[in-house]
Design a protein around this ligand. Structure first.
Ligand SMILES: [Zn+2]
Length: 140
């Protein structure tokens, strides 16, 4: 089993995330190969104030804009202002289950809303699943 360790967040990722979140992410520590994440069932990541714990490696996380937006939303928009607490999260899960608890609903919606913009900001090669450009037949 790999040992947990803190991963350095690439500067361009920080800049792009800060642009979309409207807040600094410099203080958020990303821990890969985390035993703490493994305690949380099948989740690939779990969060706490100022922390993102990954089950796997940070390179996979940094290559997944949707997952980054989702997890940073939990940290910056929920833990940081205090709307998310461990007790509230547990209560939401008991009431509505994992999928429908309001913290997960909000984080998924945030990721859905901003994922295209984050991809554009990172200016990476277009994902393989991207729609093809309109054919020449559609030109006027
Ligand atoms: Zn989540």
């Amino acid at each position: 089993m790999r040992r947990a360790r803190e991963a350095a967040v690439p500067r361009d990722l920080c800049t792009a995330l800060e642009h979309l979140l409207g807040a600094s992410v410099a203080h958020v520590r990303v821990i890969e190969h985390s035993w703490f994440a493994r305690l949380h069932g099948r989740a690939v990541a779990t969060t706490r104030p100022g922390r993102i714990y990954l089950r796997g490696n940070a390179a996979d996380f940094f290559a997944d804009p949707w997952l980054m937006l989702h997890e940073y939303c939990h940290v910056i928009r929920q833990w940081q202002p205090g709307s998310l607490t461990a007790a509230r999260y547990l209560l939401e899960c008991l009431r509505r289950g994992y999928w429908n608890n309001r913290f997960e609903v909000e984080a998924r919606a945030f990721a859905d809303t901003h994922v295209a913009r984050l991809r554009a900001l990172l200016a990476r090669a277009p994902p393989a699943a991207a729609a093809p450009h309109p054919s020449s037949a559609s030109r006027r």
